[in-house]
Design a protein around this ligand. Structure first.
Ligand code: RP5
Length: 163
């Protein structure tokens, strides 16, 4: 297991599904667990310890509202922690964004954007971190970026064809 993804609630699952597909695409083994910093603090810490012992290199923590999951995970590991603020709730994720991004100095969380795009970028950032020690993963990332660039060029052509 290289990446551990913790989500604060079952209701966050939809948000991280595309991120799981990204990790599958890059053949990165991962584990996904529901763990709430507030509702199940002991389970959260136990999972972080367990994942560290099984060789996890990067944690992704996605949670909404007053989101303390990423910060709690970061407090219990020296591995990089990527936080994803969930976009649900009365403030559409702005609350979770501030809770995740505003870590006090000394305990960093790499905070992504709100919601599904942030979750996809969290998976990609995890792959980038792993690729520092993995040449073939780096080559796969290059192919992924080349594909994105090709899609932009082809969408530009598509709109020209419509004119
Ligand atoms: C957070 O509160 C979760 O991460 C979720 O985004 C939000 C709402 O949770 P539920 O009430 O849907 O379980 O802890």
């Amino acid at each position: 297991m290289k990446v551990a993804i913790l989500i604060g609630s079952e209701s966050d699952f939809d948000m991280v599904q595309e991120a799981l597909s990204i990790l599958d695409e890059f053949h990165v083994p991962y584990a996904l667990e529901v763990a709430s910093a507030h509702r199940s603090p002991e389970r959260t810490v136990a999972l972080v310890r367990e994942f560290e012992n099984t060789g996890v290199e990067v944690f992704i923590a996605a949670a909404g509202m007053s989101a303390h999951l990423a910060g709690t995970v970061a407090a219990h590991t020296l591995k990089p922690v990527i936080g994803v603020p969930a976009g649900e709730g009365p403030l559409n994720g702005f609350d979770a964004l501030l809770s995740t991004v505003q870590m006090p100095k000394g305990v960093p969380v790499a905070c992504m954007g709100i919601g599904k795009s942030g979750a996809v970028n969290a998976a990609l950032l995890a792959v980038e971190i792993l690729s520092l020690q993995d040449v073939s993963l780096r080559a796969e990332l290059k192919k992924y970026r080349d594909k994105l660039a090709a899609e932009v060029a082809s969408s530009s052509q598509k709109i020209k064809d419509k004119q």
